[in-house]
Design a protein around this ligand. Structure first.
Ligand code: NI
Length: 170
């Protein structure tokens, strides 16, 4: 595994739609491993392949529980993910992004979403998520479509003093 460089704005790859994965071979396995390591080192709770300069529809998300720190983190690598259900109910939350260092913003997201996709071996999978995990999935899916959280907010601000760790970044 290797830590890859994280692309930041205004790199054009962040504004482009990523391609579907069709080859589940060794190159994809290395990409997923490297994305997991890069996300952990950053540190972040999610990462999309365009953020490591690869225009493919691959995301990794690692999250435990918002309220209970004793719940172990769960890792979700998802290939060709789609959100098949968005709850009508939305909630505002403060997000950061590893590709937009030091800035955060308030973004409205669905409270719960259903994500469909494939695991790293190409087998179908479906994840029901809510709360912060659902927010991470929505943020990462946006990355695959060239959309950034700053496109979805009217209020962004720079974190002063404290580094970005105070807000989970994805
Ligand atoms: Ni991001």
């Amino acid at each position: 595994m290797a830590v890859r460089d994280i692309v930041t704005i205004p790199d054009s790859i962040l504004y482009r739609k990523a391609r579907k994965v069709t080859d589940f071979g060794k190159e994809l396995q290395t990409l997923v491993d490297d994305m997991v390591e890069t996300m952990r080192v950053a540190p972040g709770e999610g990462l999309a392949a365009p953020q490591v300069d690869v225009p493919l529809r691959v995301i990794v998300v690692e999250f435990g529980d918002e309220e209970d720190e004793s719940v172990p983190l769960k890792l979700f690598p998802v290939v060709n993910p789609e959100i098949t259900r968005f709850s009508k109910e939305q909630v505002t939350g403060t997000e950061g992004c590893l590709s937009i260092p030091d800035f955060v913003g308030d973004v409205d997201r669905s409270v719960s979403v259903v994500v469909k996709g494939m695991n790293r071996r190409g087998q179908p999978m479906r994840i029901k998520s809510s709360g912060w995990l659902a927010r991470i999935f929505q943020h990462e899916l946006d990355h695959l479509n060239g959309v950034l959280f700053i496109d979805r907010t009217e209020r962004i601000w720079k974190l002063e003093g404290e580094p970005a760790q105070v807000i989970p970044t994805v």
